[in-house]
Write a protein that binds this ligand. Structure first.
Ligand code: NAD
Length: 331
């Protein structure tokens, strides 16, 4: 697998994944609508194609000659569906199967689909494993889950298909999102000195962005027989939101003592999504364990704020998916 096409490779995760694969010697094509622009490095091994995954014909031409596809492109936010349900459905669901068929026809040998651990919705199970029923609470979760069986329809011995269900990602990227839980808490702690916790008892799994990228890289080299037709949860630590707030408070105090103590304010919430995800399968099958803690992500972000890499963090729409989509009038 030397030639890889990443849909959505210019997003939050893509801005860490793409340089990593380039460094590892891969030839990378990023196929992305560039809703958030592009800060990817200049590299002779990188082609950036501004294109829409709903344009199957165009995408099919780009698939020719690729060994593997990492599918990340997505309207990646629960709230984005409130913004424009039709837009999100066309991108996150309608074009999915035509894309898989086009990849297979073009001779792509491996297709990695980035689903989400949010497909489980709410569960009281002490450990949510990959065979747990999907009880999605939002349209985003529902379409993420509905694409998975569409991928299985086309799997074959010469077309390796694998689904990853990552936890909520956190940490610094050249295209940092500040609309994800740990990143939101850190932004508020560093720049306002106050964190508001909604509810607080909901359990949420989280994952350092570099660990997410490790897992993608692993899927390019893992043997077919170990991953074909498999779903893998990927998370580091399951924490309650209240615990996350305490981690953020502690790390910001260590990194920026001049900031003074961060205040935590707790308010009621109707967001009941709660799940405790097990990531044992990917360890059992592939020996993969995330290496970075949530506090490492908080530390990286705190330093990025300090070094003015994330200025204007409340007012600049670019850090926020829904606000950016509204501003550019994506359709
Ligand atoms: N960030 C997380 O916490 C998280 C957790 C679990 C799963 N995921 C999944 O990982 C993937 C990447 O997430 P992210 O946080 O980097 O999201 P992101 O919103 O930062 O990136 C998505 C990218 O897809 C592109 N895109 C959107 N619609 C497109 C279209 N129609 N055609 C071409 N490109 C299009 C956007 O321009 C953007 O660059 C998504 O599939 C997401 O569902 C993310």
């Amino acid at each position: 697998m030397r030639k890889v096409l990443i849909t959505g490779g210019a997003g939050y995760v893509g801005h860490v994944l793409t340089p990593r694969l380039l460094d590892a010697g891969y030839q990378v094509t990023v196929y992305d609508a560039l809703f958030f622009g592009c800060r990817l490095p200049n590299d002779p091994k990188l082609r950036v194609v501004k294109g829409d995954i709903r344009d199957t014909e165009r995408l099919a031409a780009e698939f020719a000659g690729q060994d593997a596809v990492l599918h990340l492109a997505c309207i990646s936010n629960d709230a984005s569906f409130e913004l424009d349900e039709r837009l999100s459905k066309t991108i996150n669901y309608d074009c999915f199967e035509p894309m898989v068929v086009a990849a297979k026809r073009a001779g792509v040998r491996r297709f990695v689909y980035c689903s989400s651990s949010s497909v489980y919705g709410v569960s009281n199970s002490p450990e949510v494993t990959e065979d747990h029923p999907l009880v999605p609470l939002t349209l985003y979760n529902r379409f993420k889950g509905l694409c998975e069986p569409l991928l299985w329809k086309h799997k074959s011995e010469d077309f390796t298909c694998v689904v990853m269900r990552p936890a909520t990602v956190c940490g610094y990227s050249p295209r940092t999102r500040l609309d994800l839980s740990v990143n939101i808490l850190t932004n508020h702690a560093v720049n306002k000195g106050v964190i508001t916790v909604f509810g607080g008892l909901q359990m949420r799994p989280n994952l350092h962005i570099e660990d997410m990228v490790d897992a993608y890289q692993l899927m390019l080299t893992a043997p077919h027989e170990k991953i074909h037709g498999q779903v893998f949860n990927i998370g580091f630590e399951n924490h309650s939101i209240a615990d996350l707030a305490l981690i953020v408070k502690r790390v910001v105090a260590e990194e920026m003592p001049e900031r003074g103590a961060v205040e935590i304010v707790t308010t009621p919430s109707d967001d009941s999504r709660s799940y405790h995800v097990s990531s044992e399968k990917i360890y059992r099958v592939l020996g993969y364990r995330p290496k970075r803690a949530i506090e490492d992500a908080v530390r990286d972000l705190t330093r990025a704020f300090h070094n003015h890499l994330l200025d204007d963090s409340f007012d600049n729409d670019w850090y926020y998916n829904v606000r950016t989509m509204k501003r550019i009038g994506a359709a």
